[in-house]
Design a protein around this ligand. Structure first.
Ligand code: NAD
Length: 292
């Protein structure tokens, strides 16, 4: 090749290589996501996944101590610009208004809401109290509605659509022992998601659900008697629960918080832009078929 031509080709190859080395636009760049109950467990895994995929994330939780510890850890890992830690009790209107205001002041709006905050109550059918029903309903059902409503108000003002991802449960789909109130609230979360999808579609706001099977590692939800109750119901020891749950599934592997985070990401990644009112069971196939 003539020298000039060879030089040109080499130049463009170098330019091409340089371009490939440059950081790519990430799927969630310029998106703002608010995740409830994200000081730990599944919510934190979702918050971290979204940060890694380029979003600015509002990490919220009712638990101030857990939130403080998590904010410090996130600061060290990703820097202070990647997230905002805000205390938020999803059952408290004032707390919600303050969290939405802080989100807008810091990041200018919100594009993604993840309703993840939750508690569990495990008791025999006849022992559930009115307070148990109220607590579960307030946090899981009303909480999902109120936080979504606050997010939708902002999304409508922005006029660019948005995403709501609700973390329900396989307990809202199939019946397990000793969780009549929890399972009913989870089923309500699921159906509310479909109703919201139907009503918000004209605003291009998608609403989808992730249904996790048991996620024991890193989750606090198993504390307060839930794990003991379940182990007793199955006639096994608490330490054997993860393997017990895994063995019931087709894939026979424990579900991790990162698996739920991956699913919560898929819905907002831009790859499923035409999907709304849908759900993704991250359950090793549990809801689909009997194990072999
Ligand atoms: P977790 O207890 O580790 O996290 C839940 C978080 O929600 C906690 O940090 C808690 O402080 C927060 N929270 C509780 N009440 C709140 C309120 N009123 N306002 C704001 N935050 C509040 O549990 P997890 O396993 O990470 O659970 C997350 C979600 O996943 C829950 O909705 C749960 O029902 C669902 N889920 C969990 C499992 C599992 O086996 N871990 C299975 C299916 C579904």
């Amino acid at each position: 090749l003539p020298l000039q031509e060879a030089f040109d080709i080499e130049y463009w190859l170098l330019e091409e290589a340089k371009l490939q080395r440059m950081p790519k636009e990430k799927p969630l760049s310029r998106k703002v996501a608010l995740v409830t109950g994200s000081a730990g467990g599944i919510g934190l895994a979702i918050a971290e996944k979204y940060i890694q995929e380029g979003a600015c994330v509002v990490v919220t939780d009712i638990d101030e101590a857990r939130l403080k510890e998590t904010s410090e850890a996130l600061n060290k890992k990703y820097g202070k610009d990647a997230f905002l830690g805000v205390q938020l009790d999803v059952t408290d209107g004032d707390s919600l208004a303050a969290a939405i205001e802080a989100t807008c002041l810091q990041f200018g709006g919100v594009d993604i809401i993840v309703n993840n905050a939750g508690i569990s109550i495990s008791k025999p059918f006849e022992q559930h109290t009115d307070q148990d029903w109220d607590r579960l309903n307030n946090i899981l059902v009303m909480g999902q509605y109120q936080v979504s409503k606050a997010g939708v108000n902002i999304m409508r003002l922005q006029g660019q659509g948005g995403d709501i991802v609700n973390i329900a449960s396989k307990n809202g789909l199939v019946a397990g022992p000793k969780n009549v109130a929890y399972g009913t609230s989870k089923a309500a979360q699921l159906h509310m998601s479909r109703l919201m999808a139907a009503e918000l579609a004209d605003d291009k706001i998608r609403v989808n659900v992730v249904n996790p099977d048991a996620v024991i590692e890193n989750s606090n939800i198993w504390e307060g008697g839930w794990a003991e109750n379940r182990a007793k119901a199955y006639g096994i020891e608490v330490k054997d629960l993860p393997q017990y749950y895994a063995n019931r599934t087709l894939l026979k592997e424990s579900v991790k918080t990162s698996d739920i985070a991956d699913a919560a990401f898929v819905f907002v990644s831009g790859q499923l832009g035409k999907t709304t009112g849908n759900m993704l069971n991250v359950d090793g196939g549990l809801a689909a078929a009997f194990p072999r």
